[in-house]
Design a protein around this ligand. Structure first.
Ligand SMILES: *[C@@H]1O[C@H](CO)[C@@H](O)[C@H](O)[C@H]1NC(C)=O
Ligand SMILES: *[C@@H]1O[C@H](CO)[C@@H](O)[C@H](O)[C@H]1NC(C)=O
Ligand SMILES: *[C@@H]1O[C@H](CO)[C@@H](O)[C@H](O)[C@H]1NC(C)=O
Ligand SMILES: *[C@@H]1O[C@H](CO)[C@@H](O)[C@H](O)[C@H]1NC(C)=O
Ligand SMILES: *[C@@H]1O[C@H](CO)[C@@H](O)[C@H](O)[C@H]1NC(C)=O
Ligand SMILES: *[C@@H]1O[C@H](CO)[C@@H](O)[C@H](O)[C@H]1NC(C)=O
Ligand SMILES: *[C@@H]1O[C@H](CO)[C@@H](O)[C@H](O)[C@H]1NC(C)=O
Length: 677
């Protein structure tokens, strides 16, 4: 069992503490499994043609692809005019959101108190948002959106209102390039597309088509099929109802929880549940609360508005059938980062403005990364948009600069992008990427791991700077072969890697600096089962002469899923015991937490991926570098070189040896002792 924070619950109107079983919630969901079944890869372009996003030949509207520079524009707003770029000194990021009440998702996002509070409290200071409407109702939409935010902002944070801009001009009348981005960028799955329920009855000439919002993706994993189902009224759904067997149950909101309704209908063998909102109430994000989330339910459910003709027909005993569809929509969101580049916003897994905030946080991260990359360094380009795929991966041999060991700092500037400019061209799954280096082919240190990352689910914007200075001794010859790879069957990634050699303290006297000069390779991971620790023996070592500092350096990640979710989603602890007394411990305590990885967007975790990127994991996040764990153990060892020291590593689950009943997970680990002089 894993305790998840209350953050996991953004039911539209309330929040409650939340407990979720590993197995029911934390399953790996591939991006395509989260897509709606129909139209999953289709989006409409500006001319209404269907575009198959699986094809690499996605038609291109030149100049308006992700990564291209945004050109100047002006938009009339309720307060005057919004001008891009803003005439201010420092350019922040801009998010553009086009609202339409034809989307149940957007209706919920804009009515949910917790969603609005997230926007008001969580939007980064550097970000402005321009709100547009796609419809003829743009004037009332703009006024209404402003009213929704205003109510929450006045109570909490008035300042934010100056960064939010509401345009009364509909998107189709903007007269600038913004519509071409909204209409042409592919957008499928969560947060775009119009999810709908289609009702038909023998007495009607036309079907009645209404917007729907499916229950939270990780509560109910059942999906609506292509089938037409009979619709049967089942009151408020607070009691089981035998009449709904094989049909979609039509139940009213209220009197008991969403969970109770859906569970009752599932027990009554309904094939799905439509909960209609109380009159005058908005559509809500149906979710389980606390213990409810332990109970798996196998049927889909969605929320809709009460449709009078449907209610009338059912009241008069007429047959009503229902089927489910998703009609492609324009994109509802895109961003412009601090560098002025157009950016996709990825998936919003559920209706909350938090996903806007996460994207904006990432723009801030990326901007600060650009600044860090301005600092002086000797840059060696290893890969420049090289394709990484298959058994071999990306391999290159390079002559290294002769002065590389004069530096005491080495950083990896790595980016992972996709074959095309759009996220839809990216690989679906999250996989471990490892970078190996071999300089002296006769050395024990040939093809040791230099860096590790995890690929994001289908987003091509990741870039990270990783400090691997302690591994400088791996560069033990002037010519080095680099190999970067992920699983052989993954779709291709496009990698760029620069080595950045520099000085930790630019102004320091070189004689006062410490240089790593020797490595001792320690433990590797393996299958995380009851014999995991049995294979490890204590390692004896003496500290080499003239050593001034001794450091433990390790990169540890947990993967796989036994009955406890180990090692990806369980809390494991890792211990390096030095000389029998110093217990150097690291606990992956955010593994399995609802927002463990969402909280790391500011460190570079790619936000809004097309998969379950939010959950914390065993020492890693999707779309992020794996941070090395470094401990200065100088005072734990005999540094004189006379006495032998001992070191032992253990990996535990719940403070004990792991002992899974089935499908043991595994630990990927490289660890070294680093000697500095
Ligand atoms: C959105 O649509 C719902 C139902 O169709 C309606 O009740 C609500 O007033 C609409 N909201 C806005 C802002 O138009
Ligand atoms: C209504 O749905 C039922 C069950 O799927 C099907 O047998 C029937 O033909 C449908 N009727 C109409 C009019 O679509
Ligand atoms: C169910 O909820 C509705 C709307 O809140 C309320 O009017 C009604 O009295 C409730 N019924 C019962 C049996 O509690
Ligand atoms: C639901 O289906 C199961 C299995 O077919 C059956 O045992 C059960 O009686 C059904 N329940 C209802 C309420 O029809
Ligand atoms: C860098 O070195 C200088 C000179 O030795 C020293 O005064 C300064 O404190 C050092 N800065 C840092 C950040 O260590
Ligand atoms: C490492 O630990 C030693 C002993 O505690 C201490 O003297 C030294 O300053 C530390 N070095 C660094 C770089 O933190
Ligand atoms: C190290 O600490 C962990 C937890 O803090 C504990 O479970 C483990 O038994 C300790 N190991 C030793 C050898 O003291």
């Amino acid at each position: 069992m894993v305790w998840l924070s209350s953050e996991s619950l953004v039911i539209c109107f309330f929040m409650t503490a939340h407990v979720i079983p590993v197995e029911s919630r934390l399953k790996r969901i591939k991006s395509t499994q989260l897509d709606d079944n129909e139209g999953a890869f289709l989006s409409s372009n500006i001319f209404g043609n269907s575009v198959d996003l699986r094809s690499k030949r996605t038609p291109k509207v030149t100049g308006f692809e992700p990564g291209d520079k945004a050109t100047d524009f002006k938009v009339t707003t309720l307060d005057g005019e919004f001008v891009y770029p803003p005439p201010t000194e420092t350019q922040g990021s801009l998010i553009i959101h086009a609202f339409t009440n034809k989307s149940g998702f957007l209706e919920c996002m804009w009515n949910s108190e917790s969603s609005l509070v997230s926007l008001v409290q969580g939007l980064p200071e550097t970000t402005q948002v321009l709100f547009l409407s796609l419809d003829d109702s743009s004037v009332s939409d703009a006024l209404w959106m402003r009213e929704q935010v205003h109510g929450v902002a006045m109570k909490r944070k008035k300042e934010i209102l100056s960064r939010l801009h509401f345009s009364p001009v509909p998107v189709f009348a903007l007269g600038n390039w913004i519509p071409s981005v909204l209409y042409s960028w592919g957008c499928t799955g969560h947060n775009c597309g119009f999810s709908q329920a289609v009702f038909s009855s023998p007495l009607w000439k036309m079907p009645v088509i209404v917007k729907r919002l499916d229950a939270r993706y990780d509560w109910l994993t059942g999906r609506w099929g292509q089938r037409t189902n009979q619709l049967i009224y089942a009151g408020n759904g607070c009691e089981p109802s035998p009449s709904v067997t094989g049909a979609v149950a039509w139940v009213s909101e209220g009197n008991c929880s969403f969970f109770t309704k859906v569970q009752n209908m599932a027990k009554s063998n309904a094939s799905g549940v439509l909960v209609y909102a109380l009159r005058g109430s908005p559509i809500k994000d149906m979710n389980c609360v606390a213990d409810e989330c332990f109970e798996p339910i196998g049927i889909p459910a969605a929320m809709v508005h009460l449709e009078p003709s449907v209610a009338q027909a059912l009241l008069h005993g007429q047959l009503v059938n229902v089927s489910f569809q998703t009609t492609p929509s324009p994109n509802f969101f895109f961003g412009i980062d601090q560098q002025g580049s157009l950016s996709e916003m990825g998936w919003f897994l559920y209706p909350t403005f938090k996903f806007i905030n996460w994207q904006a946080q990432w723009f801030d991260y990326y901007d600060s990364l650009q600044n860090r990359l301005q600092s002086p360094a000797k840059v060696v380009s290893v890969y420049d948009k090289a394709q990484m795929q298959g058994e071999e991966g990306a391999v290159i041999t390079l002559d290294m600069p002769s002065d590389m060991l004069d530096f005491d700092m080495l950083e990896l500037d790595t980016s992972l992008s996709c074959p095309g400019q759009r996220d839809s061209t990216c690989a679906h799954w999250d996989h471990t990427v490892q970078l190996y280096v071999c300089c002296d082919h006769f050395s024990l240190y040939c093809n040791m791991e230099l860096g590790r990352w995890i690929t994001p689910f289908r987003r091509g914007t990741g870039r990270w700077l990783t400090d691997v200075s302690p591994l400088l001794p791996l560069f033990n010859s002037g010519r080095c072969t680099f190999t970067m790879k992920t699983v052989a069957w993954a779709m291709p990634w496009v990698v760029s890697l620069n080595l950045r050699f520099s000085h930790i303290n630019q102004t320091g006297n070189p004689r006062d600096k410490l240089y790593p000069f020797k490595l001792l390779s320690l433990y590797r991971g393996g299958t995380f089962d009851k014999s995991y620790n049995k294979k490890y023996e204590p390692i004896k070592f003496t500290v080499p002469a003239s050593t001034k500092k001794v450091e433990l350096y390790s990169v540890i990640t947990g993967h796989g899923s036994d009955e406890n979710g180990c090692g990806e989603f369980c809390v494991t602890s890792h211990h390096f015991l030095v000389n029998g007394v110093f217990n150097n411990t690291r606990i992956f305590d955010s593994a399995g937490s609802a927002l463990g990885c969402a909280m790391r967007v500011g460190e570079g975790a790619v936000p809004n991926e097309h998969g379950t990127w939010l959950y914390g994991r065993g020492g890693w996040c999707d779309g992020l570098q794996v941070n090395p764990w470094r401990i200065n153990i100088t005072n734990q060892v005999d540094i004189s070189g006379y006495e032998a020291n001992t070191l032992l590593y253990l990996g535990l689950y719940g403070g004990k040896d792991p002992n899974p009943a089935r499908d043991p997970g595994y630990i990927v680990m490289f660890s070294y002792l680093v000697f500095y002089k």
